[in-house]
Ligand binder design. Structure first.
Ligand SMILES: Cc1cc2nc3c(=O)[nH]c(=O)nc-3n(C[C@H](O)[C@H](O)[C@H](O)COP(=O)(O)OP(=O)(O)OC[C@H]3O[C@@H](n4cnc5c(N)ncnc54)[C@H](O)[C@@H]3O)c2cc1C
Length: 357
């Protein structure tokens, strides 16, 4: 570990959010220390890693689709070269059409506002995939091999002696106006990037963070021979050697990370309508997404403790959101620029006041 005891910023959590924020802070010239307890079922490790700037259920662009897409593409390319690993697997998504109305709506958009994102060429449904209305391609899509990225960054942090692998207890903090003290270390700021575990954070428990369980399966399916992602309900991502990742479920009630029989059955029932070939389930994973009531991230510093911050609420789209939002947060820390009001935790000022004794 590090010999130094004084850093600019302490980052708690090394999921997608903490990884990208800490890297960007370091690049901006801040000295950082990262603490992470390395949970095997964290959202980022379980995530399918799919990125796609269009909501394929109703054909609408996601929030800031173009900026997010551009920033993410540039960032992951740079990050791969710094970490000397490949984890951004660019691959077209093929949307399966359910009926002619969907196809008509798609073609209208593909020829007008969405021509940078949707292809106007309709192809026949690939062998093994059920659907008589064909498929069409979405551009600027792929999947991030998050486990490879997180593990490569962990190695990088260790090599730089700036990672502590343990559970961080906020009760051990000593705060002054200028500094944050934890154990033998002193920091100017601390930023919590705890994902779904942020729910129990004593500084930010007034924020409407929620945990939304999701489950995925990995199947082996010989003869499917897909070399692109299929978006039906569910999605099917080819990961090599006849293996495919299939998901994901949404469960707003369960709060654990154990794969469930109900989750498995739901995915199998849906696959029955999408896949005509036999398959075997090889692996089951479940995790909790850090979602927010208004579907926007939670970024900023505590109303009373000005050096305690949060970078959370990446919801269902951490892969696309984190690079763009990390840029915004670093810019605000370094240059005092305002955060976008839709993601700034100042929008929950009322809730904060109501939480005070
Ligand atoms: C089934 C499923 C499928 C998904 N699919 C996709 C997808 O296809 N595309 C996409 O973009 N997103 C997807 N997501 C969402 C994505 O996973 C999240 O948006 C993202 O991973 C959130 O990252 P995070 O860093 O905020 O949280 P996390 O990944 O949970 O990271 C938080 C980290 O903080 C650590 N931590 C927390 N508290 C402490 C503490 N007290 N001390 C030390 N360490 C601590 C944890 O160990 C963890 O490593 C999916 C999520 C699930 C569950």
């Amino acid at each position: 570990m590090t010999n130094s005891t004084s850093f600019d910023i302490l980052i708690v959590g090394q999921g997608i959010a903490g990884t990208i924020l800490s890297y960007k802070l370091k690049k901006a010239g801040y000295s950082i220390l990262v603490v992470d307890e390395s949970k095997k079922d964290s959202a980022s490790k379980v995530a399918a890693g799919l990125y796609n700037p269009v909501v394929l259920k109703r054909f609408s662009k996601i929030w800031k689709a173009d900026e997010l897409s551009e920033t993410a593409t540039t960032f992951y390319k740079e990050f791969e070269s710094v970490l000397k690993e490949q984890f951004d697997i660019q691959s077209p998504v093929h949307r399966v059409f359910h009926n002619d109305d969907e196809k008509k709506k798609w073609l209208e958009l593909a020829n007008t506002d969405y021509k940078d994102h949707l292809s106007a060429n309709i192809n026949s449904t690939p062998n093994g995939i059920i659907g008589e209305h064909g498929v069409a391609k979405v551009y600027n899509t792929g999947w991030l091999d998050t486990e490879t990225m997180l593990s490569a960054y962990r190695t990088y942090l260790k090599a730089n002696h700036i990672l502590i692998e343990e559970a961080f207890d906020p009760n051990e903090l000593e705060l002054t106006d200028e500094s944050v003290k934890w154990k033998d270390y002193t920091f100017k700021k601390l930023i919590f990037c705890q994902g779904p575990d942020g729910l129990t954070n004593p500084y930010f428990n007034y924020l409407p963070l929620k945990q939304t369980k999701g489950e995925l399966i990995t199947i082996k399916c010989e003869g499917l021979n897909l070399n692109h992602i299929i978006k039906g309900d569910p999605f099917i991502i080819p990961i090599g050697n006849d293996l495919y990742r299939v998901g994901a479920t949404f469960n707003w009630i369960e709060k654990d990370t154990a794969p469930s029989e109900e989750g498995l059955q739901e995915l199998k029932d849906k696959l029955k309508k999408l896949l005509s070939l036999p398959y075997t389930v090889i692996e089951r994973r479940a995790g909790l997404r850090p979602t927010v009531k208004d579907r926007r991230a939670l970024i900023g510093f505590h109303p009373n403790y000005k050096n305690i911050g949060i970078f959370n609420g990446m919801g269902t789209r951490g892969v696309l959101l984190a690079p763009y939002l990390a840029n915004m947060f670093v810019d605000s820390i370094k240059n005092g620029t305002e955060l976008n009001t839709e993601v700034d935790i100042k929008r929950y000022q009322e809730e904060f006041r109501a939480s005070l004794p």
